[in-house]
Design a protein around this ligand. Structure first.
Ligand SMILES: [Zn+2]
Length: 110
């Protein structure tokens, strides 16, 4: 979320970058927007801020897809797609991986 510093600079509470929002023009530009679900006023700094903005509007469209756990040679791996990014995290046990899958599906910040 947007937070104000004492010098009146607005920062993102998740990534600490300066707060910026999509203008109507940027929201229509595939190069500038997060994805095709972006709308005017959406923050641009990080996935967590975008996810929060969308969940406040009752949608998780485009934020997180294909969350799944799979076994690897070394343990367990959770893979998911977040916006345009493919992400993964390793776990030692299936239980740990399953818990994380639940957490992500409930909208947890990763
Ligand atoms: Zn941010």
């Amino acid at each position: 979320m947007k937070i104000m510093r004492h010098d009146q600079t607005a920062l993102c509470s998740y990534c600490r970058l300066p707060w910026e929002e999509l203008t109507p023009v940027a929201a229509a530009d595939p190069e500038l927007r997060f994805d095709e679900y972006s709308v005017e006023g959406e923050p641009v700094c990080c996935t967590a801020a975008v996810a929060e903005f969308r969940s406040e509007r009752g949608t998780t469209a485009g934020i997180r897809k294909s969350v799944k756990a799979e076994q690897t040679d070394l343990g367990w791996r959770v893979r998911w797609q977040e916006g345009r990014l493919l992400r993964a995290r390793s776990f030692g046990t299936q239980q740990g991986a399953d818990k994380f899958v639940q957490y992500l599906r409930q909208g947890g910040v990763a």
